[in-house]
Design a protein around this ligand. Structure first.
Ligand SMILES: C[S@@+](CC[C@H](N)C(=O)[O-])C[C@H]1O[C@@H](n2cnc3c(N)ncnc32)[C@H](O)[C@@H]1O
Length: 234
């Protein structure tokens, strides 16, 4: 089951209720530390979401050219609102090559095995020689422990329920949203799938050289819930 623009748009509507924005800076710090240490002119962020990552990197590093792409039209609109170049498209359709490509905060986990294979081929195609691919993936521990079960959140205009389960490498989240419109609540429901991938799979499929694999403990559990990876096109 592939994620659709509609399901990704529903996620875009409720991301601020999920608490991920609060944890993101700790993850972004891994990216910033690496990017500070290299010379580059162009950066493409795939799955740019609402553009927070690009905004923070731009502030810290003043990269000459940054661009975001995402399959959610709503996310792209949020990035554009921040004054950052963004387009709703698949990486494989991109016309340019870049010094750095990033896929931040679980983006790779949104791809099933087949989509991951195509995606990583396109990462290599769209990197300049000597370019870097930076990403993070959820560990098995992260999938099994951090986000399974039910979650409810609300504010003045929205009520959200998320039910998540992880089985046989697949993490399925059912999102149910009630949005206030005039005096009524409008219900929408979508499913988002995430998929466990090992570092070895990504190394094999990417045909890139693995430079960094750092454990990340974003939620202060007993074991790392994510891994930060850096690859080089050699
Ligand atoms: C968890 S969010 C992370 C957003 C952002 N990178 C951040 O750090 O906040 C994952 C994002 O990946 C996007 N996405 C999922 N599959 C994608 C694909 N195949 N190509 C581009 N974007 C995708 C989703 O729409 C969503 O915005």
């Amino acid at each position: 089951m592939a994620n659709t623009p509609d399901s990704l748009d529903l996620y875009a509507k409720v991301e601020d209720l999920l608490g991920v924005k609060e944890s993101a800076p700790r993850l972004y710090a891994h990216y910033l530390l690496f990017l500070q240490a290299i010379d580059f002119d162009t950066l493409l962020d795939v799955g740019c979401g609402s553009g927070d990552f690009l905004q923070q990197m731009q502030k810290a590093l003043s990269v000459p050219t940054v661009k975001g792409i995402d399959l959610s039209p709503l996310m792209v609109a949020k990035t554009l609102d921040k004054g950052i170049d963004a387009t709703c498209m698949n990486l494989c359709e991109a016309q340019e090559q870049y010094d750095v490509i990033t896929a931040v905060f679980d983006m790779l986990n949104y791809l099933d095995k087949e989509a991951l294979m195509h995606f990583l081929v396109c990462v290599k195609t769209h990197l300049n020689e000597g370019g870097y691919f930076l990403c993070d993936i959820n560990t098995l521990y992260g999938f099994e422990n951090v986000a399974v079960g039910s979650f409810i959140a609300e504010d003045k205009t929205r009520f959200l329920a998320v039910d998540s389960d992880f089985e046989e490498g697949k993490y399925i989240s059912e999102f149910t949203l009630f949005e206030k419109e005039n005096q009524c609540f409008v219900k929408s429901q979508e499913t988002i799938g995430q998929y466990y991938h090992s570092i070895d799979e990504i190394v094999k499929l990417s045909n890139l050289e693995l430079l960094v694999d750092d454990e990340v403990n974003l939620y202060d559990f007993d074991m790392p819930d994510k891994v930060f990876l850096v690859f080089k096109k050699v």
